[in-house]
Ligand binder design. Structure first.
Ligand SMILES: *[C@@H]1O[C@H](CO)[C@@H](O)[C@H](O)[C@H]1NC(C)=O
Ligand SMILES: *[C@@H]1O[C@H](CO)[C@@H](O)[C@H](O)[C@H]1NC(C)=O
Length: 381
């Protein structure tokens, strides 16, 4: 019974919507604005950001679903309805401000429209739009980038002398983003009058920003590269072993000071022999090839841009260091094998290699730490 009543009420509502026709005064003109000869008409605009459908780096655009609410007062429609009247679908042919999205890529597609006319001449018009906003996509900070796109609203044809657009209300909080890598960051509303050749136009801007989640790239490129570098460094520079040696240590025994033998752990570092340095050089060569492979796979997979991205800088740096280590280990191998084959050891060669080894051993971690700090400062800010 209750269900039947509800259905009936629902049907009545639909009928009343469908029957809501407006008898406009004979001298009403839909092509002239409410204050035709007077001050500028003020149109309140509010945007409901429903979702961010997608971000395309290649097309430099963002697709958004919005509902645009505009409201204004049309004094000519005063007392035209006895109560607030809702029109859905069939919009009466009254004056509606031509608010357009100026930077829409392929025109916006309006799917639903609704209009509310008040007894006091207040008109509220809402339409749901799906639109592509074109915006500059900058990948210089990829994968730590944030893309901000500005939706520009203005009135087509009416200069600010005739029509002024005003933001009404603020953007709702968290917006769903249907892009696997991006999430909503912020939305900012601003307004500005822009002068053009044929006058000054009232513009509203809505900046929508999305930020990329860098985790996928970190796990797939940055972390493997850093582990490979660490392995290469370890293999090349850490030939130190903990060994136990017996060492004489003074010990006080009554009035006498005696020397006793004490087992001590010391770190002994050696220069690898020829065979070992060949293995080291081979391992470094392999690591170098793997790192080049990782870098190439990521360059292929990352969005194309002419800018040098954060990922490019990272991978190039790590590749360069691994190359230096490889170069050094090859040099080490040649020095060691010369040492083996000839009885005469060229002291200059050996000295050079040892000096370089020590320099790189300290230099690489220092350079890496400096690079890491600068990198974080530049790309994570
Ligand atoms: C239209 O007609 C009404 C009276 O019928 C009058 O009050 C109003 O001023 C007219 N409006 C215009 C724009 O001529
Ligand atoms: C426009 O918004 C202002 C507040 O921002 C409000 O006072 C005014 O009544 C609104 N006008 C219309 C036509 O909705």
């Amino acid at each position: 019974m209750v269900k039947l009543q509800r259905t009936a009420a629902f049907l009545l509502t639909i009928i009343s919507y469908a029957a809501a026709t407006l008898d406009l005064p004979g001298n009403y003109s839909a092509s002239s604005r409410p204050n035709e000869d007077g001050v500028a008409d003020v149109v309140n605009v509010s945007i409901e950001l429903l979702s961010i459908r997608g971000v395309s780096e290649t097309k430099s655009e963002m697709t958004v679903d919005i509902t645009m609410h505009t409201s204004w007062v049309d004094a000519r429609l005063l007392e035209q309805v006895t109560r607030d009247t809702f029109f859905v679908g069939h919009i009466p042919s009254i004056w509606i401000p031509s608010v357009q999205i100026a930077n829409s890529e392929s025109g916006s597609h309006a799917s639903n429209k609704a209009l509310l006319l008040g007894k006091d001449g207040l008109v509220k018009f809402s339409q749901k739009l799906t639109t592509q906003i074109s915006c500059p996509i900058s990948l210089a900070k990829y994968p730590f980038d944030r893309q901000a796109c500005r939706l520009q609203l203005n009135s087509f044809g009416y200069t600010s002398v005739h029509m002024v657009l005003v933001w009404h209300g603020t953007i709702n909080g968290d917006i769903p983003t249907y892009h696997p890598e991006f999430s909503f960051s912020y939305a900012e509303q601003t307004s500005e009058n822009i002068k053009t050749g044929d006058g000054e136009y009232s513009n509203l801007f809505l900046e929508v920003a999305v930020s990329r989640c860098p985790l996928r790239v970190i796990f797939r490129a940055m972390l493997p590269s850093i582990l490979l570098l660490a392995f290469s460094y370890y293999v090349t520079f850490c030939h130190c072993n903990f060994i136990m040696i017996n060492k004489a240590a003074p010990s006080a025994n009554g009035h006498h000071v005696e020397e006793t033998m004490v087992a001590q752990r010391v770190i002994e570092c050696t220069t690898p022999d020829a065979e070992r340095s060949l293995i080291i050089a081979a391992i470094n060569g392999l690591i170098f090839i793997v790192i080049i492979f990782v870098a190439q796979m990521n360059f292929i997979d990352s969005p194309k841009s002419s800018a040098v991205s954060g990922l490019d800088v990272w991978l190039s740096f790590i590749t360069a260091i691994v190359f230096v280590v490889l170069w050094h280990s090859v040099q080490l191998y040649f020095t060691q094998s010369n040492k083996k084959s000839s009885d005469k050891i060229n002291p200059n060669d050996s000295c050079y290699v040892n000096k370089t080894t020590n320099m790189l051993k300290i230099g690489i971690p220092v350079v890496f730490v400096i690079f890491f700090v600068v990198y974080c400062g530049v790309y994570l800010s």
